[in-house]
Every structure is written in C-alpha cells, then in structure tokens.
Design a protein around this ligand. Structure first.
Ligand code: MG
Length: 247
C-alpha cells in the first residue's frame, strides 16, 4: 500500500503521540514502579492528545501498551509486576490519529543492569537503525531482515522468528510481514509511500519462544533476556523517514 502525503501527515501525528508515550514512560521507569502504573502514563498521553489506542481491545487486549520484563519478549499485560533494580523492560506502544496508526517499542534498563543485558539492548537498537537505513525506494523488502541479521549474528544472539514486523496504515497490522532475518528471497521492491513497522526482537540465548497461559505473554523458551526495538517508517523521496520520533 502506498500512502498519500495527507495520509502520511496523519501517520506523522500518530507517530508523535507514540514518541511522547515513549518519552513519558521512560521517565517513570525505576525500581518499585508497577507495569500498570506505566500503562496509566501512556493512557494519559493518548487522552491528552485526543488520540485513540490501537492496543486496547485488540483481540481483547486490556491495556494501551505491552510491558514485557526480562525474559518476556512481547505482548506482556501491564499489571502488578514491580520493576526491580537490574531488570530490563520492553514497552510497546501505539496510537491512532484520524484513523491512522503509529507503533513503536523500546527496551529500557531499570537502574544498573549487567554488561550482557546492556550489550543486548545496544545491539538490538543498532540492528533496528541498520534496518531503517535500507528502507529506500527500489530496495527489496527483505533487505530489512538481512540488515538485522547481519548486525546481530556476530554476537551469537537469538533472532526471534515467530514474530515479525509489518505494514501499517489504517490498521496496525497490514501486509507485508517483515522478518528480522533473510527469508531466502528478496521480496518486492519498496516504493515511496510504503509504511512499515520494523521491530527486531532479539534474545540473549536461543530464538525459541513460548506463550504463557494468559494467552498473551510471549517468553524466551530458555529463560534468557530479550530486547525489542521498533519504529514506524515511511519510504520517503529521499530515503527513510521515521514517524515515531518527536520533533
Ligand atoms: Mg508492531
């Protein structure tokens, strides 16, 4: 799907709401804070900006963000979990403005974290930016996954395969799917106006995942830490434009 300039303008506004959620949730992440308190911060931003939540009610999801600590990869439900020194916590957030969606995630350190955890966060975020750099008119879609894989592989971390990035626009999840590895063929050419949510999910250990009994929380099978970084990006005339950033 190629979005018009008007549509991109709305997605830019949705993206700025998501960026504000990131900033304001980051600011409260500390030992002693519950994941439900972080969700409340995100709700307040959505309300203040006149946006709607694309997470709340999605297949019955009960919150406006996903909060996934430590060995949880994605889709954690905000609740009574209390952050503690040395945790890592992934926050995935979205917003809708005039029917257009933004979606982005980050993983933060809670106080001091281990060198291994810090490296995982650094490499995962770097892999997202390496992927963003190949989002250009005429490049092949699956160069995105190749860029993630090329960056992560030397560290020996596990690249999650069951969950992937996606197109985004008037729905949060649109085609195409965007793997975080080279899927064996180059895929279609990217075109100006395409909008993608790119989201490497990287495990300190093995790539395998397990879904918990709540039907949402996805964790690493081996219990190792996992990091997740995501942005919504449009293929611009002059290269990638990241929509989920503030001015
Ligand atoms: Mg996403």
């Amino acid at each position: 799907m190629r979005r018009t300039k008007d549509e991109i303008a709305k997605m830019r506004r949705a993206g700025k709401v998501v960026a504000e959620i990131h900033e304001k949730t980051r600011a409260v992440i500390a030992p002693g804070v519950t994941t439900l308190q972080i969700d409340k911060v995100a709700r307040d931003v959505i309300e203040a900006r006149g946006a709607r939540s694309n997470f709340l009610g999605y297949n019955g999801f009960p919150a406006v963000i996903c909060t996934s600590p430590n060995g949880m990869i994605v889709h954690g439900i905000p609740g009574s979990y209390v952050l503690k020194e040395g945790d890592i916590i992934s926050i995935d957030a979205g917003a809708i403005i005039e029917g257009y969606h933004g979606d982005a995630a980050y993983t933060a350190a809670v106080g001091e974290i281990s060198d291994q955890a810090a490296l995982l966060l650094k490499v995962t975020e770097e892999s997202l930016w390496k992927a963003i750099d190949v989002i250009r008119d005429g490049n092949r879609l699956n160069e995105i996954g190749r860029a993630v894989e090329t960056h992560v592989k030397p560290y020996g971390f596990g690249i999650v395969r069951e969950y992937v990035g996606h197109g985004i626009g008037t729905a949060m999840h649109e085609s195409p799917q965007i793997t975080n590895y080279w899927p064996g063929e180059p895929g279609p050419k990217m075109k100006v106006g395409n909008v993608f949510a790119v989201e490497p999910m990287i495990n300190l250990g093995a790539p395998e995942t397990v879904t918990l009994e709540d039907g949402w929380s996805v964790v690493t099978k081996d219990g190792s830490l996992s990091a997740h970084f995501e942005h919504t990006i449009v293929v611009g005339e002059d290269g990638p434009e990241v929509l989920t950033v503030s001015d």
